[in-house]
Design a protein around this ligand. Sequence first.
Ligand SMILES: *Cc1c(COP(=O)(O)O)cnc(C)c1O
Length: 362
Amino acid sequence: MSKHIFNFSAGPAMMPPEVLEQAAAELSDVRGSGMSVMEISHRSDLFGDILAEAESGIRRLMNLPSNYRVLFLQGGATLQFSMVPMNLLAPVDTADYIVTGYWGKKAAKCAVAFGDVKTVYSSEDTGFTTVPEQGEIRVSPNAAYLHYTSNETIDGVEFPYDLDAGLVPVVCDMSSDVLSRSIDIEKYGLIYAGAQKNLGPSGLVLVVIREDLLDRSPRALPDLLTYKVLADNDSMANTPNTWAIYLLGLVCRWLEAKGGPAGIEQVNAEKARVLYEAIDKSDGFYAGRAERNARSRMNVTFALPNAELDAKFVEEAEANGMSGLKGHRAVGGIRASIYNAFPLAGVEHLVDLMSDFARRNG
Ligand SMILES: *Cc1c(COP(=O)(O)O)cnc(C)c1O
């Protein structure tokens, strides 16, 4: 038997064990074809079915109206930082950005090359520990779009609501909290999410785009950077990441069996509650990074009294079967990533070590 590890990695992150088992069982013979999903043509009927199932899984889980398109692309969420403004922002126009962490800041910086970028809210001065309330956002009336990051994976802050920008299309980087809770899809014009946190393996990015935004492109772009071309070709303008799309389809089926976003949301809330409670009850030994109203349910960030203790804690966690807890180099401390696939038992294991460690080192 392989040793059991609770994997707190921020991404690529833990996959549902049932999905890994199924993928292993049919690795060399997918659906009785006698071939691996990695070996079949992306133009084959069999892969057509696999792609259609992945798309319908996303459609059901996100409750997508018929005027939204689902794209499975490459280049990660990072390429979307550029593709969004390339396709939606004319040189003479303005796009609004809300910057609540490391990734949103990067996204805003990438957009500057394509038009006027206005940062309508930034929490950088206070160390990216909070998110604005809806009423604090002043959207530019003529903005091409408003971009925000629903969950900042590194800083550990998350919007507890769906942002509303009225008639201005909302573009959201949901890489690290997509399908972790129910959302009001009609508030969004475009959602993108790198797959490797909540959807599957790396090398795949999900883009959900409202149809009217496909015709916006203000400039001539290469085909593979043009949403319209990618949509017209059903994500197959070139060979897609067939393996990752197959796994994403399995993850969707797994999530549906868990009650979809609404079902998993309750489990996620409980995991986060247990972990934040351990932080709050530690008499300050563990200091949570995010302000309470902005606490992420996916990436719980905290620090011990000093960097030596952070390192010692990570080391003891490793020795106790818990990996991936070291905070991102940009913020230090500890980060426990507890995406959909991460079990409550792993959180309880971590909390046990936290109380024991505090007793011995406090
Ligand atoms: C991980 C992450 C990214 C970067 O994703 P890549 O797929 O590596 O490009 C961007 N935004 C957020 C919120 C992330 O969590």
